[in-house]
Design a protein around this ligand. Structure first.
Ligand SMILES: Nc1ncnc2c1ncn2[C@@H]1O[C@H](COP(=O)(O)OP(=O)(O)OP(=O)(O)O)[C@@H](O)[C@H]1O
Length: 263
């Protein structure tokens, strides 16, 4: 029954949260791109952010690990453990080790597959050759790429297919052993087979990571996510478990969006 203007599912205290946003407002100059996006993002789950183009999904996602610094003015609180990530005291570089981001277009470095993964590790002070090799193997396995690349780790990452390159970017992010992975339309440049592989990878990863994914692909959100937040004009107007969002939306605009009825 779609009788509400806004519906936000509340959790009980037993559900552990990875991130909680409070009073979040995000401005580009005078334009308020996010005005009501207080969300609790459960740990070890996949949360999908859906909504029409320009509704604020990427703006919200990018604020979670401070990618909007110097671009937008972010007001409010973003709680991770007992830290407000949106405070001046936060070491943004160290924080991004815990909260990694994978972008829309795969962006491997013009280096070997192996070096793509070790580059950030070395910059974070991990130089032991054995540990580096172990992290490369584990992260490629977790990203479901190991079998395809294990015999060509020294070849250029630029020779990988789009789907392989995107899984390499995921391996690169998880090699740092973060808590949370933020993904901004990671499958939008991929063919259906690569998309299916990526989806399978993400579902397996949630055993170890909390995942937040922006997607325009509604069947994809329905297939892989546990929770869905529907953004409309800078506000989260519905947040619920994904099954209910797609079978019994509480807000008419959500029903219209998922059924393709924008008239
Ligand atoms: N760097 C920027 N400077 C000014 N305005 C911006 C900037 N980035 C985004 N916006 C505006 O903020 C609003 C939200 O944009 P955002 O990219 O977050 O939406 P979105 O829901 O992710 O859209 P899409 O699905 O098309 O990627 C839009 O009106 C957009 O034009």
């Amino acid at each position: 029954m779609q009788t509400k203007d806004r519906y936000i599912q509340q959790f009980d205290e037993t559900q552990e949260m990875a991130l909680t946003t409070k009073n979040l407002h995000i401005y580009y100059g005078d334009f308020e791109a996010i005005s009501e996006a207080d969300l609790q993002i459960p740990r070890f789950k996949i949360t999908a952010l859906i909504g029409a183009s320009g509704s604020g999904k990427s703006t919200f996602l990018r604020s979670l690990n401070r990618m909007n610094d110097n671009v937008a003015d972010v007001k409010g609180e973003i709680w991770y453990r007992d830290l407000n990530l949106n405070s001046k005291e936060i070491d943004v570089y160290a924080m991004r080790r815990q909260i990694g981001m994978v972008f829309q277009r795969p962006n491997p470095f013009p280096k070997s597959i192996y070096e793509n993964i070790t580059f950030a590790l070395e910059r974070h002070g991990i130089t032991d050759k054995k540990e580096l090799a172990e992290r490369v193997e584990t992260s490629l396995k977790q990203a479901a790429l190991w079998e395809e690349v294990k015999d060509k780790l020294n070849q250029s990452a630029l020779a990988l297919s789009g789907g392989q390159a995107q899984r390499l970017c995921i391996a690169r992010a998880i090699a740092l052993q973060p808590d949370i992975l933020l993904l901004d339309e990671p499958a939008s440049a991929l063919d259906p087979i690569s998309t299916a592989q990526l989806e399978e990878t993400l579902v397996n990863l949630k055993q170890h990571y909390t995942i937040v994914i922006v997607t325009h692909n509604l069947p994809q959100a329905a297939r892989i996510s546990d929770y869905t937040a529907h953004f409309s004009q800078g506000k989260v107007i519905e947040f619920n478990n994904t099954k209910e969002t797609f079978t019994d939306p509480k807000v008419k605009l959500t029903n219209d969006y998922i059924s393709g009825d924008f008239g």
